[in-house]
Design a protein. Sequence first.
Length: 353
Amino acid sequence: MDSSSEISIIPIQQSKINTVDFNNLAFGTVFSDYMFECDYKEGEWQPPVIKPYGNISLAPSARVFHYGQAVFEGMKAYKDNNDDVFLFRPLENFNRINKSSKRLAIPEFPESYFLNGLKTLLNLEKDWVKKGIGNSLYIRPFVIATQPAISASPADEYKFMIVLSPAQAYYAGEVRVIFAQEYSRSANGGVGFAKAAGNYAAQFYPTKLAHEKGFQQIIWTDANTHEYLEEAGTMNIFFRIGNKLLTAPNNDRILDGITRKSVIQLAEDNNIDVEVRRISVAEIKDAARKGELKEIFGSGTATVINPIKGFSHDDESFELPTLNDSYADLFKEKLMNIQYNISEDPYGWRMKI
């Protein structure tokens, strides 16, 4: 498939955009007029269709309900002051959803279907992408196993879909975290590196327990010893000790974050010393006691950069200083300037729709 003309489009009867209050959006609860849908059956992906957003019908025995074959991605579309719409590093999302799919024995999706589907869908929905820093159209591609069978084996039928949800600037308020000591997000040889739906379901309960103690998130530690820091909730994590930036290396427990790798590139190009290595709980606590721990922040599609104000571990709590020259602010500004076509993009990260 080489052109969007091969995507069937079922037109909506009337847009619902005028019923939406774009100044008061709860993240991920309002959806645009159209959605993308493509089925896998008889050993191949079928011709895709874009149709009005609506419910889908699945058998109660669809394997996704019983064995959890489901993966997804998170992306955003941005609009500049000239009403042009852009994606940010979409090929990274495409490669990652296929990497996730492969780990869960789901057939990989064709690149042409993915990119042409996105472009066609976004051209239909341009009015749902609002201008202004912080405004965006959140994009959720996902795949589920649809074959009606409850035998414990990979499905023979799947559904790939893309839905769109308008979003405002994400503000989480002051975030304090607890370092995990009991529960684990993932383990060696598991699916932690994949955006598997079950990864997120499994962390809801320990995160609920953290909320009850007054923390907004958990920074996960390695499953074997709980001595090394890895990820924070749905974000990759960075630590600043003095003027050095630290982040954990990718492995089969840590998601290969697109914002994360962008931050690393920006740090290197702005003469910031960045180390990708294992980071121990003891090292971070020792740096905090000495006043050398300047910042902790998370990175991800929804939040871009999310500063963390304090952390707790083993009944010991630490607060972080307020900085006028924070790395978090620097990286967020540089990333968003590229995403919204405010600054030059020397990396070729921005893709115009």
